[in-house]
Design a protein around this ligand. Structure first.
Ligand code: PLP
Length: 470
């Protein structure tokens, strides 16, 4: 596969370059495949549907062709995914896609574990370790740390702001041993990020060590997230005849979004032929993308803190990829979009539980609410001419090409549940008056001893530490 750049279409790169560079430093653009090959139709029509790992292999193959042979790709996938997404029906037309069955209980495990193994693969013939530096304000650190733990040829240093992340998050990223270390920095997240950025531009350090980042813009994190869209759409397609008896239903993927990486992965699956009709993009009060869809003006802004904090992004980095793949008019045909505030999020956790019995986390709740409102009255109102006020929670005014499927009752929703509710236990408890059950793997990590290393926020202290410890 040839990869190009969102800012300069004359750029041509192979997969290895795109993965190891992360972004294109000379343009500031993001790597993107030049085509999205369609999956064989016989595959999509198979009943029962192929397994998750089979789908993962088929979908990854064209993107690594010529660089990773089939047998090695298969080994990477088997090793990355000892767990699976789960499709859970909660009413006749609503399926929750649980993406939290990986080690850190959040959907980022799907992307991070594939990226870690691909990086290790491309580093296999080097004598020196590749050193990953990552600054985190919470969740990314644990997904990246866990994904690289014990992966050969790579070590990871995680920087987080001391005292500014939740106790569970701190345990999740500071209790690794071996190749994953955590530094608790006496400062805030911006200080952590500054230390990492300074290290990347420090020639002296770069001459001594091979440094790399593992952030969410890496194409090797986006591609594997497309696997679960294809898988869940095929599972749902095969179930609908029993569940809701709708003839040729429209499948709508409902995606709780921050940086819009997850949604971009959905677009990749759509282009590859997943039986998905459209997308419902759901955000919290950080509604930069809904506003863009509504007004046509993309205006990045500072983020505001919300209960679904992994979606607190005011300048979504994957806007660039979406705008490189589609015109605004195409986006308005393909997406409905919606946002809600914290009061709406709490209400959604409560109502979802009352109506369906399902305990949903604050991120998934934003998506569930978007779907619930759209299918009950939101789309009808839009079609009837409601304008949609972008300053108030609710749907934006664009009418996607599939609107009549919703108003005719011929649509089903796949609501992506991106984190286990126990990771946000207090918020869930506030909404439903009981705490969600705690999975064993979270319980276990709470009892581990942490090995975080205290670090000052000045660059010299950090550099000294790197020089004597890498
Ligand atoms: C990162 C994250 C999101 C947002 O995903 P994007 O790809 O940034 O849109 C949503 N929910 C949870 C739990 C997350 O960790």
């Amino acid at each position: 596969m040839v990869y190009t750049d969102t800012r300069d279409k004359s750029v041509k790169a192979d997969f290895k370059t795109a993965v190891l560079n992360g972004m294109n430093a000379s343009t500031g653009g993001l790597y993107i495949p030049t085509s999205f090959p369609k999956i064989n139709k016989s595959y999509i029509d198979r009943t029962p549907e192929p397994s998750f790992r089979e789908i993962a292999f088929e979908m990854a193959k064209p993107y690594v062709e010529g660089e990773i042979p089939d047998s090695d790709l298969d080994a990477i996938i088997q090793d990355a995914y000892p767990f699976m997404p789960q499709v859970v029906p909660i009413d006749k037309v609503t399926y929750v896609l649980e993406l939290f069955h990986g080690p850190t209980c959040a959907f980022k495990d799907f992307g991070a574990r594939f990226m870690a193994r691909v990086m290790s693969y491309f580093n296999r013939s080097e004598n020196d370790n590749l050193h990953i530096l990552v600054a985190t304000s919470g969740d990314t650190g644990s997904a990246v740390g866990s994904a690289f733990h014990n992966v050969p040829g790579i070590d990871v240093t995680i920087l987080y702001p001391d005292g500014k992340i939740s106790p569970l998050q701190e345990k999740q990223l500071s209790t690794f041993d071996g190749n994953v270390r955590a530094l608790k920095v006496k400062g805030n997240f911006d200080d952590c990020q500054k230390l990492v950025k300074t290290a990347f531009t420090d020639k002296d350090l770069r001459n001594k060590f091979r440094l790399s980042s593992a952030n969410s813009i890496n194409i090797s994190r986006l591609l594997p997230q497309s696997f679960y869209y294809m898988y869940s759409a095929l599972v749902v397609k095969n179930r609908i005849p029993q569940d809701s008896k709708i003839d040729t239903p429209a499948i709508i993927a409902v995606v709780p979004s921050g940086n819009f990486g997850n949604l971009t992965s959905g677009l990749i699956a759509y282009e590859m032929g997943a039986p998905i009709t459209g997308f419902l993009a759901a955000t919290n009060s950080n509604h930069t993308i809904p506003d863009w869809i509504a007004t046509g003006n993309y205006k990045a802004r500072d983020s505001v803190a919300t209960l679904s904090n992994a979606m607190d992004v005011g300048a979504p980095s994957n806007y660039e990829r979406i705008a490189a793949m589609y015109s605004l008019e195409q986006v308005r045909q393909l997406f409905a979009s919606y946002w809600t505030d914290d009061a709406g999020t709490l209400e959604a956790i409560k109502r979802c539980n009352e109506k369906t019995g399902y305990v949903i986390d604050p991120h998934g709740a934003v998506a569930w609410k978007a779907w619930d409102e759209m299918r009950r009255s939101g789309m009808k109102d839009l079609v009837a001419g409601a304008k949609g006020d972008i300053n108030k929670p609710g749907m934006t005014a664009n009418i996607p090409s599939w609107a009549s499927e919703v108003t005719d009752g011929k649509a089903v929703g796949i609501v992506l549940e991106t984190a286990h509710p126990a990771k946000f236990g207090q918020t869930v408890q506030n909404a439903i008056n009981r705490s969600p059950s705690m999975p064993d793997r979270l319980e276990r990590v709470m009892n581990l001893e942490d090995h975080a290393i205290p670090m000052e926020k000045d660059y010299e202290s950090f550099k000294d530490w790197l020089t004597s410890n890498l």
